[in-house]
Design a protein around this ligand. Structure first.
Ligand SMILES: NC(=O)c1ccc[n+]([C@@H]2O[C@H](COP(=O)([O-])OP(=O)(O)OC[C@H]3O[C@@H](n4cnc5c(N)ncnc54)[C@H](OP(=O)(O)O)[C@@H]3O)[C@@H](O)[C@H]2O)c1
Length: 510
């Protein structure tokens, strides 16, 4: 079978792609930027035989679902029409939950699904498979099954709302045209290779990474003889950690986890079946109590002291610095720690074991308990900082770099960054009185100094793996405006990032 696939660089998409190639299907993947090398890197973890990823079976096209026809030109559209793919598998989506991203979620998930559907119709592709989510159920507490959609529910976030709206639109379009539509509704997908590009994670893995970060901080703090964490009640005995951290959650509430292998085999089976009209596949798995998940994560990481408490507990005793960090990095998932829709059990769903998931994750992250990940890098990872824009907004919000800003409160300057590479961007910040404020795009031209560099190099500098001043001397950074100011600022940043681990520990316990 020849299929058109979106979202192949993402968590679900890469597993589906590997599954499709292993099953002998031919895939044309629409990937933003259209870089085959990027997809090859994403697929490395699957160790597919080289014959399965060659040009005969896998084609990569530059495709963005927010652009008309996904940005494909007329020649490519004509070629694809001639190739007549048997199905379109739409797995691209924006999987962020923050309220301020509502417009972006509309653009990627609702408009993007409509554009993908229209492309499938234009190419004459007979079946459209859409990856939705079980959480279109939103906040309804009535039993919610494959036959249900609109039951007047409210939503926990604009992500759920966007997936609901996309399903409604696709169903209406399919009903109007009679074209075949299959909706797949996975719950929270776990297992396989959950680490994305730049080690990005989501859902359950965000919690695992946050716990691992706290454990590493305690270890480092003790090893450096600072004992700032000991004052917050942290103790270590060999490889066992006692970390008195409160997390707002209802231990008896459940989350529904479905194994990625289960998702892949069910979607592949659905692709092989003839479809007429609209079909919905519930892809739920096991309802696991929050208390069991907490026990699994802390047990594998040999951590005691985590307690699940009411949200009101923090009114009486506000969060300490560690609890505040944990809350900051996991808060978008807060509603799921208190209530769950009630999904009908799916016969033959594969069981999910949170202990095994945690073990696998730690092994993939690079070494379980023994290996020492730099806490500075872990801090950036837990905060979801993978791109310069993430970093600078965290700096402006005070989530990172508080020490740097406080120590250099005398800096009074506007600094611009023109970033090139695969994620080009223009960012201008005003540093004054110990704060950093993001300025609108048009402020760049008037900045006191401007750095021009590759976005990936900037992230290496931020992680302490490269130095801004040295990169300038090596010709990798161009400076315009006040060069003296730029070099001074560059060396201050360099000093901060070289000792990022220390600063992160100090900022956390300040
Ligand atoms: N993960 C779960 O537990 C889960 C559960 C239920 C449903 N889902 C659904 O499954 C789908 C995939 O989720 P995921 O967890 O795999 O997310 P993910 O890891 O964030 O991957 C998202 C994928 O979508 C692509 N994408 C985003 N915007 C795009 C655009 N405008 N044009 C083309 N491609 C675009 C991304 O490409 P780039 O790499 O270029 O960003 C990436 O390949 C989503 O629709 C999500 O709603 C996921």
């Amino acid at each position: 079978m020849h299929l058109l696939l979106t979202g192949a660089t993402g968590y679900l998409g890469k597993h589906l792609l590997a599954g499709l190639l292993r099953a002998g299907h031919r895939v044309t993947a629409l990937v933003r930027g259209g870089d085959p090398a990027r997809l090859a890197t994403v697929l490395q973890a699957f160790e597919l035989p080289s014959g399965l990823t060659g040009a005969a079976t896998l084609t990569v096209l530059d495709g963005d679902v927010t652009r008309a026809d996904c940005g494909l030109d007329e020649t490519t559209l004509a070629q694809l029409t001639r190739a007549s793919p048997a199905a379109f598998l739409h797995c691209a989506g924006l999987t962020r939950f923050e309220a301020h991203l509502a417009d972006e979620l509309q653009r990627h998930n609702v408009d993007g699904s409509r554009i993908a559907w229209q492309l499938a119709q234009r190419l004459g592709i007979p079946v459209f498979h859409h990856v939705s989510t079980a959480y279109v159920a939103g906040r309804t507490r009535q039993p919610f099954g494959a036959a249900d959609l609109d039951c007047g529910q409210a939503f926990n976030n604009p992500y759920e709302a966007s997936k609901f709206a996309a399903e409604c639109e696709l169903r209406a379009a399919a009903a109007a045209t009679g074209a075949a539509l299959v909706i797949h509704r996975p719950s929270i997908v776990v297992g396989g290779h959950p680490l994305g590009e730049h080690n990005a994670v989501s859902t359950l893995y965000t919690f695992m990474k946050a716990v691992q970060f706290i454990r590493e901080c305690c270890r480092r703090d003790e090893e450096r003889g600072r004992h700032a964490f000991a004052r917050l009640g942290f103790r270590r005995t060999g490889e066992d950690y006692h970390v008195p951290v409160r997390v707002a959650a209802d231990p008896a509430s459940t989350v529904n986890l479905v194994a990625i292998d289960d998702v892949v085999s069910t979607v592949l089976a659905a692709l092989a079946q003839p479809v007429a009209g609209i079909r919905t596949c519930a892809l739920t798995g096991s309802d696991i109590p929050i208390a069991d998940i907490e026990r699994a994560i802390t047990g594998v990481m040999r951590l005691s002291g985590v307690s699940l408490v009411d949200a009101q507990a923090f009114d009486a005793a506000p969060r300490n610095a560690i609890e505040a960090h944990f809350h900051r990095v996991t808060q978008v998932y807060a509603p799921y720690l208190f209530a769950s829709p009630s999904f009908a059990p799916r016969p033959h769903a594969s069981p999910v074991d949170p202990v095994a998931l945690t073990r696998d994750f730690l092994a993939q992250l690079g070494g379980g308990r023994r290996r020492r990940a730099p806490v500075g890098q872990l801090a950036l990872g837990t905060l979801g900082i993978h791109l310069p824009r993430d970093y600078f907004s965290a700096l402006a919000d005070g989530a990172v770099g508080r020490h740097f800003l406080a120590r250099h409160a005398y800096v009074n300057a506007t600094i611009g960054f023109a970033l090139s590479g695969s994620t080009p961007d223009v960012i201008t910040l005003r540093f004054a009185q110990g704060t950093a404020t993001a300025l609108p795009a048009d402020a760049f031209a008037g900045a006191d100094c401007r750095y021009d560099l590759d976005a990936a190099l900037l992230m290496r500098i931020v992680r302490g793996e490269a130095d801004l001043r040295a990169s300038f001397l090596a010709g990798k950074v161009r400076i315009t405006g006040n060069t003296e100011l730029a070099l001074k600022f560059g060396s201050l940043l360099g000093m901060y990032y070289r000792h990022l681990d220390d600063h992160v520990l100090e900022e956390l316990t300040a």
